[in-house]
Design a protein around this ligand. Structure first.
Ligand code: PLP
Length: 402
């Protein structure tokens, strides 16, 4: 018998499964709203012009292909930290931020989870929002942490369950780890307001919780990288020590290049150096050192003032196109078609995704009858909508809910 005869088939990834069903559909009207990657106004993948320019600069410098250090390109991580924390950040100014390059956001989360599993001096329990990005759960579980949930989404209002969130964090054991989406919460598209963040920060302090921020969409939520960093910077200003995962997949469109960073704020440079040494010990046997190319591109953008300005306007362009699709979809459903139900959340939600409130059976009908694909929780990637398909989408949703 084969060595692997007893291996049972696992379930397919729920998001990649949507893409496969979409690919197999031959109808010309088909729409894929499953995958979280930006599409331009023609429904095509978008390589940012600032990224193309940065790539030319990198190529022009005829760089070698030597190994990077374990923690990656030092100039890149320095600039990534500045983007997240801001130049006025006390821990940055003091040289107390330990940071490493990572295999995009997923890799950053995994390094962080592994570090917590090994060095966090309290019970290794992490609270994730319900719902959260599906991959959060196995990332933390596979790293050996116990995963629990805190309330986040309120079905009745298709909004934030702020009372539930506060009650669950208040009821968590002291020193529990809490994962917070820094902006553009995936999958709901619902973020706390700045005043709500301040309250969350107070509870985290009072209960001595440890905040782990996942910032996968800096710039993508509002179109402004500083505004989107509000939660992270507020927590730092309140004296919290944090863990932070950063991804450049969405805001630079560098998905497949796998560019990210993981950081921890330490008490001082001496403690930071000890944390650095342990990050290296975690990373070395995982993948030895990170890839070069994407980090060079991101660093060229972050360190070249003209390119940085251009990139910021391109991020804003992506965010604005999504916001305009939200307006258009809301108007079609609410005003033109008078679709049953309340659709204000389409407009108020933030970032790449919208939690439409469509039920699993309705999403099935949309796939089978209208060739429109989304995850069964009713989440749509707003970036998959454009001028050519949004009317068809709105009409199909209208038909599906009547
Ligand atoms: N965190 C969240 C909330 C995400 O939505 C994603 C991607 O969809 C990631 C992290 C990680 O993405 P990547 O590993 O491509 O940077």
């Amino acid at each position: 018998a084969s060595t692997w005869a007893a291996v049972v088939a696992g379930p397919p990834d729920p998001i990649l499964g949507v893409s496969e069903a979409f690919k197999a559909d031959k109808d010309p009207r088909k729409i894929n709203l499953g995958v979280g990657a930006y599409r331009d106004g023609n429904g095509k993948p978008y390589v940012l012009p600032s990224v193309k320019k940065a790539e030319e600069i990198v190529d022009g410098s005829k760089p070698d292909k030597e190994y990077l250090p374990i923690t990656g390109l030092a100039e890149f991580t320095k600039n990534a930290a500045l983007l997240a924390y801001g130049s006025e950040s006390e821990p940055l100014k003091q040289g107390a931020v330990s940071i490493t390059q990572s295999i995009s956001g997923t890799g950053a989360l995994r390094i962080g989870a592994a570090f917590l599993a090994r060095h966090y001096p309290h019970a290794k329990v992490v609270y994730l929002p319900v719902p959260t990005w599906g991959n959060h759960i196995p990332i933390f579980q596979d790293s050996g942490l116990e995963v629990r949930g805190y309330r986040y989404f309120k079905k009745e209002t298709v909004g934030l369950d702020f009372e539930g969130l506060k009650a669950d964090l208040q009821a968590a054991p002291e020193h529990a780890i809490v994962l917070l989406h820094a902006c553009a919460h995936n999958p709901t598209g619902i973020d706390p307001t700045e005043a709500q963040w301040a309250e969350i920060s107070d509870i985290v302090k009072e209960k001595k919780l440890f905040p782990f921020f996942d910032m996968a969409y800096q710039g993508f939520a509002s179109g402004n990288t500083v505004k989107d960093a509000f939660a992270v910077r507020h927590f730092i200003s309140q004296g919290h020590q944090i863990a932070l995962s950063q991804s450049f997949a969405k805001n630079m469109g560098l998905y497949g290049e796998r560019v990210g960073a993981f950081s921890l704020t330490a008490a001082d440079p001496e403690e930071k150096a000890r944390v650095d040494s342990q990050l290296k010990i975690i990373i070395r046997p995982m993948y030895s050192n990170p890839p070069l190319h994407g980090a060079r591109i991101a660093n060229t953008i972050l360190s070249t003032p003209e390119l940085y300005t251009q990139w910021e306007s391109e991020v804003k362009g992506m965010a604005d196109r999504i916001i305009s699709m939200r307006e258009k979809l809301y108007n079609s459903l609410q005003n033109d078609l008078k679709t049953p139900g309340e659709w204000g959340h389409i407009k108020s939600q933030i970032g790449m995704f919208s939690f439409t409130g469509l039920t699993a059976p309705q999403t099935k009908v949309l796939a089978e009858k209208a060739h429109i694909y989304m995850t069964s929780n009713g989440r749509i990637s707003m970036a998959g909508l454009n001028a050519s398909n949004i009317d068809y989408f709105a009409e199909s949703v209208d038909a599906a809910v009547r």
